[in-house]
Design a binder for this molecule. Structure first.
Ligand SMILES: [Zn+2]
Length: 134
């Protein structure tokens, strides 16, 4: 790393890298080369062991719904939508939503798969039910 860190370059850090990949349709998480554990949300320092050796990996994409909520919204504002916490196989949990079924039909423990959706020109991680697990 020969580029000096400064306040001006802070937005170009790991979060910017994460968002840039998402915008290109790629969902990335990090894995620590020190303790071999997965890390999400993107950061500079491993929260498990304190190492600064986090590498980008492409997660398997399979996950399990840990909790689910229906956010009520007026139909003319887009209607109700789902907010879910999903545990990835890699052992990290992220807040997202499950699509492809009614928001209230999402169940805790449901097997889901990550995909990258586009919303307002930005990439966004969403989940859909795993067909083979139904
Ligand atoms: Zn670590």
């Amino acid at each position: 790393m020969t580029v000096p860190a400064s306040q001006e370059t802070a937005p170009q850090g790991v979060e910017a890298q994460y968002r840039q990949a998402l915008d290109q349709g790629r969902f990335l998480i990090q894995r620590c080369t020190g303790c071999d554990r997965a890390v999400f949300y993107p950061r500079m320092i491993c929260p498990h062991c304190g190492a600064d050796s986090l590498a980008w990996i492409t997660p398997d994409g399979r996950g399990t719904v840990y909790s689910t909520t229906v956010v009520r919204r007026k139909p003319d504002a887009g209607g109700d939508y789902n907010v879910a916490l999903v545990d990835l196989q890699e052992g990290v949990r992220l807040m997202s939503r499950v699509e492809g079924l009614a928001p209230e039909a999402v169940r805790i423990g449901m097997a889901v798969r990550a995909q990258v959706a586009q919303q307002d020109g930005r990439g966004l991680v969403v989940f859909v039910p795993c067909k083979e697990a139904q």
